[in-house]
Design a binder for this molecule. Structure first.
Ligand SMILES: Nc1ncnc2c1ncn2[C@@H]1O[C@H](COP(=O)(O)OP(=O)(O)O)[C@@H](O)[C@H]1O
Ligand SMILES: [Mg+2]
Length: 370
């Protein structure tokens, strides 16, 4: 049975589409990355921060993103020799516009109209995977641990899966108990690196981390950034780009002596590496059992970030997911496909001990295709 997963991550770098083949041990036979139309991308980025006439703009973008997502799925299936009747369901994440898990009214808002996706594709769509976990008192994040558990668990050892998107998250997999020992957002992954690159170089991201590599981290700025209480807060916890963005950088820089732009970039790179490594040390299961750290998501392409992460975790092997035979660009999309599978089987999709929810819940809402 085939499932399709689609997600546009917080980086708004594009739509990731993955096919999950349930009959072949959750194999991912195909994945694709689609560039978002520029006018839509600009509007999605704008909607992520408060602005004028948001409801109207959100309504339009919701439908536009849904229509474009549906089209992408059809093209993806066609390119891989499949038709809509081959697919049991689509798991759609959409684009996060706000993530506010804090009480008294916790919510996480993703757009990309599932009715439109269902109408265009004729396939059942399962969307809105976060709300039910939030309703049960959880963070609604991260969503990926249950898929990491199904795909990355090793026998008798501890493996940490790190996903470096705009925000970083980790899943600690305990191979002895065969369970998720922890899963939470570590803080900025690429978010600050991207924001500073866009601001200074006018490019979407720091290719291979070359700009960060050309600088030296500033200890004052690093200390200032590390003082953010998010890092010392015990999980469950989650965060978003409404916190870690250009305004956050500018506020931090205002309280530090002037530093070169590339040194600031090196500092943000060290911050991401350091906070991921610290999260593993603090809330993993202890270093003795830790076998390896597997990195997926776009941040693994940032060689300077990977080098700094390896340096910080020098006692274990830190490898891109390709080293264990998994394409790290499609893990999140595959996780959405897996959540759709769990939904149609009426099985819970949240790792509730990790998210802090009061129990296991079936995640999402069904939009029938036909
Ligand atoms: N070649 C590269 N060099 C450095 N960073 C990269 C490279 N390719 C991708 N990235 C980073 O990965 C990000 C996209 O990662 P992704 O996992 O899609 O994040 P999200 O889930 O937030 O969309 C880009 O914004 C960029 O920061
Ligand atoms: Mg992305």
């Amino acid at each position: 049975m085939l499932f399709v997963g689609v997600i546009s991550g917080t980086s708004v770098d594009g739509l990731d589409v993955a096919l999950l083949d349930d009959s072949r041990g959750l194999a991912v036979p195909a994945g694709a990355h689609q560039q978002i139309p520029e006018d839509l991308r600009k509007e999605l980025i704008a909607l992520a921060t408060p602005g004028d006439n948001e409801v109207e703009r959100l309504g339009r973008s919701n439908v536009y993103l849904g229509a474009w997502t549906g089209q992408c799925v059809l093209e993806f299936l066609d390119a891989n020799g499949f038709s809509n009747s081959d697919v049991r369901a689509i798991g759609s994440h959409g684009q996060t516009i706000r993530h506010h898990p804090e009480p008294p009214h916790p919510f996480s808002l993703q757009i990309g109209d599932a009715s439109v996706i269902a109408e265009i594709t004729g396939i059942d769509v399962v969307s809105d995977p976060r709300s039910r976990d939030l309703a049960a008192g959880g963070q609604g994040a991260p969503l990926v641990p249950i898929y990491h558990l199904a795909q990355f668990l090793t026998d008798d050892t501890v493996r940490v899966v790190v996903n470096i998107g705009g925000i970083g998250n980790i899943t600690v997999l305990d191979g002895v108990k065969r369970s998720v020992a922890a899963g939470f957002d570590t803080g900025p992954g690429n978010a600050l690196l991207d924001a500073w690159t866009q601001h200074h170089l006018g490019r979407p991201f720091d290719d291979d981390g070359a700009w960060a590599k050309s600088g030296q981290p500033s200890s004052e700025l690093l200390e200032r950034l590390l003082a953010d209480p998010y890092y010392s807060t015990a999980p469950p916890k989650s965060t978003g780009k409404e916190v870690f963005n250009l305004a956050y950088i500018q506020e931090a820089l205002a309280t530090c002596p002037a530093i070169e732009a590339n040194d600031a970039q090196a500092t943000f790179c060290e911050l991401s590496a350091r906070t991921i490594a610290d999260a593993i040390s603090r809330w993993g299961t202890g270093e003795a059992d830790l076998e390896d750290v597997v990195v997926c998501g776009g941040g693994r392409h940032n060689l300077e970030l990977m080098r700094r992460l390896s340096d910080r975790l020098s006692h274990v092997s830190v490898v891109p997911s390709e080293d264990i035979g998994v394409n790290g660009d499609f893990v999140e999309a595959a996780a959405l496909a897996y959540l759709a599978k769990l939904f149609v089987e009426h099985r819970p999709g949240n790792c509730w001990e990790a998210t802090g929810a009061s129990g296991p819940r079936v995640l999402g809402c069904l939009y029938p295709g036909a």
